[in-house]
Design a protein around this ligand. Structure first.
Ligand code: 5RP
Length: 237
């Protein structure tokens, strides 16, 4: 059982630490989710003290929050090279393969991670796992969700079309697509599955992030502070 208030403290610790890694003049990728919001809160405070940055948001939600707290924004097309991206994750393994997309923002998050020179993942300890086993969010064209679901079943997946909350029917992403949450049990080879899912016609982006590990740092926060993890180094689990 996760203690929600301790988890929030950990998220804030991680978010603040990541924001303190940002230097003056940087172009900063702004991921999506509650942990990134703490990073934005801290960035906003630093901006009020004179820090100059340009933020590249990964979702409508992040853009709205960033505008609300005074973080200047631009697009990935304006800044195709990002100095540092800060993002959350749903699961992180010791080799820094990730599952992302609980917020259905994985497509823009993946574009920003790809464009970033370095990626800082902010997380609380509940996100760490020896083996990825959460459902994989898959963004699909609405014109092809049925054949994609059909195919996912043939490869042993358990796909479920994501339904909206406070909206009848399927979730529609910021890019106008649908999302399938697909269970695969414990994922033996996340890289192979990432490549496989990404190659299915109709799939826009899957939530497995397996190609950015070399440039990834993971900051894990809890009520005692933060740990900055390096790939295949000490993994507190
Ligand atoms: O991938 C994401 C959104 O699509 C989020 O980064 C991920 O779900 C983590 O969110 P949180 O920091 O709220 O736990």
């Amino acid at each position: 059982m996760v203690d929600a208030s301790a988890q929030a403290v950990g998220k804030r610790e991680a978010g603040y630490r990541a924001a303190d890694m940002v230097a003056d003049g940087m172009v900063v990728g702004l991921g999506t989710g509650s942990t990134v919001f703490f990073a934005m809160e801290r960035l906003a405070a630093r901006i009020r003290e004179g820090l100059v940055i340009t933020g590249i948001p990964t979702s409508f939600q992040t853009a709205i929050r960033a505008r609300g707290c005074g973080i200047p924004l631009a697009t990935l097309n304006d800044y195709p090279v990002i100095d540092l991206a800060i993002d959350g994750a749903d699961q992180v393994d010791p080799g820094f393969a990730l599952i992302k997309g609980r917020g259905a923002a994985q497509t823009q998050e993946k574009c920003v991670a790809f464009a970033a020179k370095s990626l800082v993942i902010v997380a609380d300890p509940s996100k760490l796992t020896r083996k990825l086993d959460a459902v994989v969010p898959i963004e699909v064209l609405s014109s092809a969700y049925v054949p994609v679901i059909r195919y996912l079943k043939t490869i042993g997946g358990v796909p479920v079309l994501r339904e909206g909350i406070k909206k009848d029917g399927p979730v529609i992403t910021d890019n106008g697509n649908m999302v399938i949450d697909c269970g695969f049990g414990t994922i033996g080879d996340p890289t192979a599955l990432d490549i496989h899912l990404s190659s299915i016609p109709g799939v826009v982006t899957c939530g497995l992030f397996t190609t950015f590990a070399d440039k990834t740092t993971v900051v894990v926060g809890d009520s005692n502070g933060c740990q900055v993890l390096s790939r295949n180094g000490q993994f507190p689990l």
